[in-house]
Design a protein around this ligand. Structure first.
Ligand SMILES: [Zn+2]
Length: 379
C-alpha cells in the first residue's frame, strides 16, 4: 500500500511537471469580456484535472476542507451562492437536493485538490444553465462579482419601547448600543472608506427579523450587532463576541441526509453501516460559507476589544441568536460589558469609554476587512 501510494505520488509529480510544460488549459470567457482566460489543467490518472486552488483564484469559488481520520476528506465548494460537496476519491458530489456523477473522482495529491475537467465542462453548465454555457470549447461564464467589504450594517440592539438591559443607576442598554454604533460608524466611514448603514440611528423599535432583513435588502457585506450584557449575579463582567450556530436549522439535517446518500451510493450499504457506527461529526460551520468568516471576524473583534479595553475576556462564542439568523454574510453580535455590574455600568455610561469601545471594535473590523478582501475582492 505505501509502495503503491509512493508510485502514484511519483507519477503524479511527473504528470504535473509535463502538465505545466504543455500548458494545457480550459478557455474561459468572462462575459462580456472578449479575451478568454485560461484555467490550467494537469493530467492525473490519464485524465484532465483542474487544481482547486486555480479554480478558486479564477472563478472566485470558495472552498473548505473537512478532514477526517477515518474517511476520505470532504470538500465544500461555493459558487454563485450555491454549495457543492465533494468527497476525495469519489466521482459523486452533492448539489442542492441531488447527488451527481462527474464520472472521474475528485483527487487529492499532497496538499492540493483536483477536480476532473468534466466538472467544469459538464457540471457547471448543467447546474447554472442561465449563467454558464459551453460554446466551441470555450466556457462562457459571468464575470465574478467583487465581494470585498464595501458596505457594513451596524445594528444597535434594542430601541424604542425595548430599553434592553437597565443598570442599577438607570443606564439603558439601548442608549449605549446606539452611542457606540454612531461613533463606530464615523470611524468606519472616515478611516476605512466603507459605506455604513444603521438598522436604527435613533431611539426606535425594530423587530429582530427586520434587522437582518435590512442587511439582506441592502446587500451588506458584514453585519455587526452591538449589545451590552446583563446578569442576575451583579459580579458578572467582561466582554464576549458571538457568531451564529446553526445546529438546529433544517439545512444541517438535509446535508446529513445527503451525506448518507453519497456513502450508500458509491460504497454500498455495508459501508454506510460502518459510517453510522463511527462518531462522524458534521461540523455546523460547514453549512454556510459565512460561518467560518463570522468566526474570524468575531475572533479579531474580541481580541482587539480585550486588549484595547483591558477588560475580562469571556471569549468568542457560538449561539443561535435570532438576530443573526438569516444574515447571509459574516455576522457577529458583541456584548460590550455588563450593565448589571456597577463598575461596568459606570464605564459603559462614560463617553470616553464608549469611544474606546468603538475604536477597538473598529480595529477588529479593519483587520478582518484586510484579510477578507485578499480572498474575496476582485482586482
Ligand atoms: Zn441586548
Amino acid at each position: 500500500m505505501p509502495n503503491k501510494l509512493k508510485q502514484i505520488m511519483i507519477s503524479a509529480s511527473l504528470l504535473l511537471f509535463f502538465g505545466s510544460l504543455t500548458a494545457a488549459g480550459i478557455n474561459l470567457l468572462f462575459m462580456p469580456a472578449k479575451i478568454p482566460k485560461q484555467l490550467p489543467t494537469v493530467t492525473l490518472e490519464g485524465r484532465s484535472y483542474v487544481a482547486l486552488e486555480e479554480m478558486n483564484t479564477l472563478l472566485h469559488t470558495m472552498t473548505r476542507v473537512e478532514y477526517s481520520e477515518y474517511n476520505d476528506h470532504r470538500i465544500y465548494l461555493w459558487y454563485n451562492g450555491q454549495q457543492f460537496i465533494f468527497v476525495t476519491n469519489s466521482p459523486y458530489y452533492n448539489f442542492g437536493e441531488g447527488v451527481f456523477n462527474m464520472h472521474f473522482p475528485f483527487l487529492q495529491e499532497g496538499e492540493e485538490y483536483y477536480l476532473p475537467e468534466t466538472f467544469i465542462f459538464q457540471s457547471l453548465p448543467l447546474h447554472f444553465p442561465k449563467e454558464i454555457a459551453l460554446k466551441n470549447g470555450v466556457l462562457q461564464i459571468p464575470r465574478p462579482v467583487d465581494k470585498g467589504v464595501k458596505r457594513i450594517v451596524l445594528d444597535p440592539g434594542h430601541g424604542g419601547k425595548d430599553p434592553g438591559a437597565v443598570g442599577k443607576n438607570g443606564t439603558r442598554e439601548k442608549d449605549i448600543n446606539l452611542n457606540v454604533s454612531l461613533l463606530l460608524k464615523s470611524m468606519l466611514e472616515k478611516e476605512l472608506g466603507v459605506e455604513v448603514l444603521m438598522t436604527r440611528s435613533d431611539d426606535r423599535f425594530i423587530s429582530l427579523s427586520g434587522r437582518t432583513r435590512f442587511a439582506m435588502d441592502n446587500k451588506a457585506d458584514l453585519f455587526v450587532s452591538l449589545h451590552t450584557n446583563a446578569s442576575r449575579g451583579r459580579s458578572a463582567r467582561g466582554l464576549e463576541t458571538y457568531y451564529l450556530s446553526t445546529s438546529s436549522t433544517s439545512d444541517s439535517r438535509a446535508v446529513e441526509a445527503l451525506e448518507n446518500d453519497v456513502v450508500e451510493l458509491y460504497e454500498g450499504a455495508e459501508a454506510k453501516k460502518a459510517y453510522d457506527a463511527l462518531d462522524f461529526i458534521l461540523s455546523d460551520m460547514s453549512q454556510t460559507e459565512f460561518l467560518e468568516y463570522s468566526n474570524e471576524l468575531a475572533t479579531l473583534v474580541q481580541r482587539n476589544l480585550v486588549s484595547g479595553i483591558q477588560g475580562p475576556d469571556r471569549g468568542v462564542k457560538q449561539a443561535s441568536f435570532y438576530v443573526l439568523r438569516g444574515a447571509f454574510m459574516p455576522a457577529i453580535l458583541i456584548e460590550m460589558g455588563f450593565i448589571s455590574n456597577l463598575s461596568e455600568e459606570a464605564l459603559l455610561a462614560n463617553q470616553e469609554y464608549q469611544e474606546r469601545l468603538a475604536r477597538t471594535i473598529f480595529e477588529g473590523i479593519k483587520r478582518f476587512k484586510y484579510s477578507y478582501d485578499r480572498v474575496r475582492k476582485i482586482s
